[in-house]
Design a protein around this ligand. Structure first.
Ligand SMILES: Cc1cc2nc3c(=O)[nH]c(=O)nc-3n(C[C@H](O)[C@H](O)[C@H](O)COP(=O)(O)OP(=O)(O)OC[C@H]3O[C@@H](n4cnc5c(N)ncnc54)[C@H](O)[C@@H]3O)c2cc1C
Length: 432
């Protein structure tokens, strides 16, 4: 059995040795190495330097907090470009970070600085939907909104997360918790297979029967292993009758409480996330804000604790104009389908927890950082209570012990990591 090593988040500026599975910073200057990469790429691929107008658009993020500051952005146009970029970066000891939707929040992302590159996947956003086979293929850089649009055009439904501007592949690999969870389970439960560019720059296929260890790990912890194109199960649209039957107890209350709910009309797939657009889109309701996240994944909420936190939030935002847009979102899903799948079946650890409380702190004055961090930690500790903390990896802050993020599967995830990414080149996003 391969030895396992911890992939702990580290301070951004530190040069780390290989025992931490983080590539050491080198004295090779990026600028001298980039022409070699350019020669390996197709004519459609781009390399964008910070002086170029497109640089800002390519690196822009949902949150300014601990954002990566890459020395260049590489935009592959094809899988071969992507593989060549990863191989080049790995063999030259150059740090890299993939970017799809730019909604990753983790503080560990800032470990990629001017000596590293961002791989912008947005030009690899092709989606195909095939009703006959019941499958959709999802390019590495597509967003959830693009996926839902493609599903709607084909009159299908598909599991996706609840925010259109989030990257579809990374969000699904992290679990993929969205509006159709009660019908079809997690997004990651609907992955049929994936083609993955690995740390060596090779392309491998993973499924239940091929490279099954990687397939297991991809579903819940995938960002640690490579950059995939994913094959997903499609779901067909339901019917008004089925909706009316499923929600009959709720409709029975309609006359008394909410007369507008008893339509049962089908909602187009690409409108399903509309209510959250203002909060989710890049910059959301407060462009260029720092938005550290602090989250807890819970089996149940304690109303007393929630009440006390509500008061605390209300007082703080009333007294601090600069943090007024802070939102504490309680996502409560029906997890019966999620719990039907044994926890050992994939790397997603928290099937017992249908509630995710996400604190989106939002402020524009950097000097508030310390205070906000303390508050976020205080809220997180209160939510977790006496239990050992759990957090879905897509919602992690980056300062958690990896066992809080990956649960009982952590040792197995590390074994897979040691086999497929022993140098730890995929280690800047809530790594194991
Ligand atoms: C406003 C908001 C709403 C959200 N809503 C939900 C929700 O409803 N449900 C849910 O489950 N999650 C949700 N999330 C969490 C989201 O799923 C994760 O943050 C996800 O990782 C973001 O992906 P991205 O492509 O947008 O971000 P990026 O920052 O581009 O990517 C995140 C990380 O994933 C890696 N990565 C990117 N693309 C690939 C790829 N193709 N292959 C491998 N690795 C890749 C990179 O290492 C990157 O650092 C939300 C986040 C935000 C900010």
């Amino acid at each position: 059995m391969a030895a396992t090593t911890q992939h702990m988040p580290q301070a951004p500026s530190s040069a780390l040795d290989k025992s931490n599975h983080v590539v050491s910073q080198t004295n090779i200057t990026l600028a001298t190495e980039l022409p070699e990469l350019k020669a390996l790429l197709s004519s459609e691929a781009k390399i964008i330097l910070p002086s170029h107008a497109e640089y800002e658009t390519r690196i822009s993020r949902f949150s300014e907090y601990k954002r990566p500051t890459p020395g260049a952005v590489v935009c592959p146009a094809t899988e071969a470009d992507l593989a060549a970029t990863v191989k080049w970066a790995t063999s030259n000891d150059i740090r890299f970070l993939a970017r799809a939707g730019g909604h990753g929040w983790s503080m560990t992302l800032s470990q990629v600085g001017p000596e590293g590159i961002l791989i912008s996947l947005r030009d690899m956003n092709r989606i195909t939907v095939d009703l006959k086979s019941g499958c959709a293929t999802l390019g590495a850089g597509a967003t959830t909104g693009e996926l839902l649009k493609a599903a709607q055009n084909a009159d299908a439904h598909i599991v996706a997360t609840a925010c259109d501007s989030v990257g579809a592949v990374p969000s699904i690999m992290g679990g993929g918790i969205g509006n159709l969870v009660s019908n079809y389970g997690l997004g990651s439960d609907n992955i049929i297979s994936a083609r993955l560019v690995t740390a060596t720059g090779n392309v491998v296929t993973t499924s239940a029967t091929e490279n099954a260890d990687l397939f297991w790990a991809l579903r819940g912890a995938g960002h640690n292993f490579g950059i995939p194109t994913v094959l997903l199960k499609l779901s067909l649209n339901g019917s008004t009758e089925a909706a009316m039957a499923a929600f009959a107890p709720l409709y029975a209350l309609a006359d008394t409480y909410t007369p507008n709910i008893n339509t049962g009309e089908l909602m187009p797939a690409d409108e399903i996330n509309e209510a959250k657009d203002s909060l989710c889109s890049e910059g959301g309701n407060l462009p260029r804000a720092y938005r550290p996240v602090h989250s807890a994944s819970l089996e149940a909420v304690d109303p007393e604790i929630m009440g006390a936190l509500y008061e605390r939030w209300e007082n703080f935002t009333a007294q601090n104009e600069g943090a007024k847009q802070t939102v504490v979102r309680v996502n409560f899903y029906d997890y019966r389908r999620v719990r039907e799948i044994p926890v050992e079946d994939s790397a997603f650890a928290w099937r017992k927890n249908p509630i995710n409380v996400l604190q989106y702190w939002a402020y524009t004055d950097e000097s508030m950082e310390q205070e906000i961090q303390s508050l976020g930690q205080e809220f997180r500790n209160a939510l977790n209570g006496a239990q050992s903390p759990n957090v879905v990896m897509s919602f992690a802050t980056g300062d958690e012990n990896p066992s809080y993020v990956y649960g009982k599967g952590l040792d197995r995830i590390r074994e897979v990591k040691n086999k497929w990414d022993p140098q730890g080149v995929f280690s800047y996003y809530n790594s194991c």
